[in-house]
Design a binder for this molecule. Structure first.
Ligand code: F6P
Length: 358
């Protein structure tokens, strides 16, 4: 068989580990693998490399993706500048032509929710046989209990909380760590519990400044003159506004979230005499090596993707469901998977006294 692979959307730790697992599994069965550069863009522009033992050697531990990626292009509304004018075209026909010209039998698409939806649309329009592999540090893809990259990002955020802990304690301050996750609070919830945060603020649970101050004051009364808050970037202000650094004007406006921690510092300092500092962790959460959990998980997902191909199961996404590595139809990847405010992990956090600022 001739198998194409691409990585789409924002990068995360573990992409190379999946590319390696797909390549090694396919090669050991006598098959040929091609990697397209920069997501669907490479398939549109016919830019690819051959993937073999040499090209995937040593990449298990490398962050990023050797193939390159983009989180800006939609192949069905593909932006081009022609005569100084922006035009948007459906490139699914070109994708099919290039796929057929290379004699491909199937395509493994490694990406986030947006990439999975695009993959499904391309599969429906062109009949190309696709297997998806869900990635994102945000862990917000519907259909799988876990996305790869999330565990590594949680480790990085936990380490940041550990470091803030000692300086918060020394200076008797409130430290606010802002983590990624877009509209979902998974990273904040998991890292908050792992790093011993006193307050976890996530988009799925409404907070008040009074609720936050009550927790901090209760701690001061117990002799704890410092507190740690972790906030997800998608948390809104009390007026219900998202704080963002920028909006990238395009076919679909892309909001670059970031800054709610600074807004909270001002709100807390205006309402009290408590000294606060904000740290925005940003893209550190996406860079660097996958942790050992993600290395194993990515290897399982990559091998499973090739297994699905051999079973003739296409237009499917590899998924973790109830601790089993299985697959679900690509077509079910709609919307995003949010934290359940009444779910078990939020309950555990509340049981041990972590506040959600309510
Ligand atoms: O979806 C992954 C993610 O890292 C989000 O958590 C974050 O909001 C966004 O991507 C950042 O995107 P960019 O790399 O375009 O700034």
């Amino acid at each position: 068989m001739r198998i194409g692979v691409l990585t789409g959307g924002g990068d995360c730790p573990g992409l190379n580990a999946v590319i390696r697992a797909v390549t090694r599994t396919a090669i050991s069965n006598g098959d040929t693998v091609f990697g397209f550069n920069d997501g669907f863009k490479g398939l549109i522009e016919n830019r690819y490399i051959s993937l073999n033992h040499d090209s995937v050697s040593g990449i298990l531990i490398r962050g990023g993706t050797i193939l390159g990626t983009t989180n800006r292009d939609n192949p069905m509304r593909y932006e081009q500048i022609i005569n100084g004018q922006k035009i948007y075209s459906d490139m699914s026909g070109i994708i099919k032509e290039n796929y057929q010209a290379l004699g491909l039998d199937t395509l493994v698409v490694i990406g986030g929710d947006g990439t999975m939806r695009m993959a499904n649309e391309i599969a429906e329009k062109t009949g190309i046989k696709i297997v998806g592999v869900p990635k994102t540090i945000d862990n917000d893809i519907v259909g799988t209990d876990l996305t790869f990259g999330f565990s590594s990002a949680v480790d990085i955020a936990t380490d940041a909380l550990d470091r803030l802990h000692s300086t918060a304690e020394s200076h008797h301050r409130v430290m606010i760590l802002e983590v990624m996750g877009r509209d979902a609070g998974w990273i904040a919830l998991h890292a908050g519990i792992a790093g011993g945060a006193d307050i976890i603020l996530i988009p799925e649970i409404s907070y008040t400044i009074e609720g936050i101050l009550n927790t901090i004051t209760n701690r001061i009364e117990r002799g704890k003159h410092f507190s740690l808050i972790i906030v997800a970037e998608g948390v809104k202000t009390l007026e219900g506004e998202s704080i963002y650094k920028d909006i990238i004007k395009s076919d679909i406006d892309l909001v670059k979230l970031g800054g709610i921690s600074n807004w909270l510092v001002r709100a807390i300092e205006n309402a009290s005499s408590i000294e606060c500092r904000a740290t925005i962790l940003g893209h550190l959460q996406r860079g660097g090596s996958p942790n050992s959990f993600d290395r194993v998980y990515c290897t399982q997902l990559g091998a499973k993707a090739v297994e699905l191909i051999y079973q003739g199961k296409f237009q499917e996404m590899v998924a973790l469901v109830n601790n089993n590595i299985t697959s679900v139809p690509l077509s079910i990847v709609k919307g995003i998977k949010l934290v359940d405010p009444k779910g078990p992990l939020v309950s555990t956090a509340k049981q041990i006294g972590i506040s959600f600022g309510e």
